[in-house]
Write a protein that binds this ligand. Structure first.
Ligand code: FPP
Length: 197
């Protein structure tokens, strides 16, 4: 399945979108991919099939977000802790990532048309070199809306990076040590949902 499928939404999707649009709309939504293996077990399918359908659900959700006009979506796809899973499962997930990042490359024209900026965030050197190369080609710079894919991420890495960047900002005179931003009051965190297939 492609990352953002073209074509009209169904009647039920349009009906739900209109209800949601009647209320306040978040600017940034984060999804944590979860429940793929439980889904596979429940439906008596292979674990890899559960991961694959988990991605399909993500693609469907991204389409809804685009239609709703949500400007930024962050997907927590694969954490550094996930490398501790069996070799078979990690290899399967890397194969799926290979497929999906290649697909992202094929779909660049369509994504550019929608003004989507693609960022892949994480400790990328931990990934197989061919996937790092695919990611390097797949990132896209646009300004209309943003898709952040967290891959090989860990909260410790993110927090230490953020602190390092803020320290750099202060050193460069771009941030004041006592500013609201430094105190973490600048912006509210994005709402976060668990995404199950
Ligand atoms: C969570 O379910 C899912 C994962 C840890 C892996 C998700 C990654 C992919 C589908 C790879 C491709 C994705 C992109 C965006 C390139 P779980 O395995 O923790 O399931 P459980 O909660 O039932 O144990």
């Amino acid at each position: 399945m492609s990352w953002i499928r073209e074509g009209e939404l169904s009647i039920i999707e349009r009906f739900c979108a209109n209800i949601i649009k009647a209320g306040p709309m978040p600017k940034h939504v984060a999804f944590i991919m979860d429940g793929n293996r439980r889904y596979a077990q429940k439906c008596h399918v292979e674990r890899q099939q559960g991961h694959s359908q988990g991605f399909d659900k993500l693609a469907q959700t991204l389409r809804w977000c685009l239609n709703l006009g949500i400007r930024e979506v962050t997907v927590y796809a694969f954490s550094i802790e996930n490398f501790k899973r069996s070799k078979e499962e990690v290899d399967g997930l890397m194969d799926l990532a290979r497929q999906k990042f290649s697909r992202l490359l094929e779909e660049q024209e369509n994504l550019k048309k929608h003004g989507v900026c693609i960022r892949v965030l994480g400790d990328l050197p931990l990934l197989p070199v061919d996937i790092q190369e695919l990611i390097a080609q797949a990132v896209l710079f646009n300004k209309l809306c943003f898709l952040n894919v967290c891959f090989a991420y860990t909260s410790r890495h993110e927090i230490s990076n953020a602190v390092r960047e803020m320290a750099w900002g202060v050193e460069q005179g771009l941030l004041e040590p006592r500013s609201e931003l430094m105190a973490g009051c600048g912006s509210a965190p994005p709402p976060s949902f668990n995404l199950q297939p």
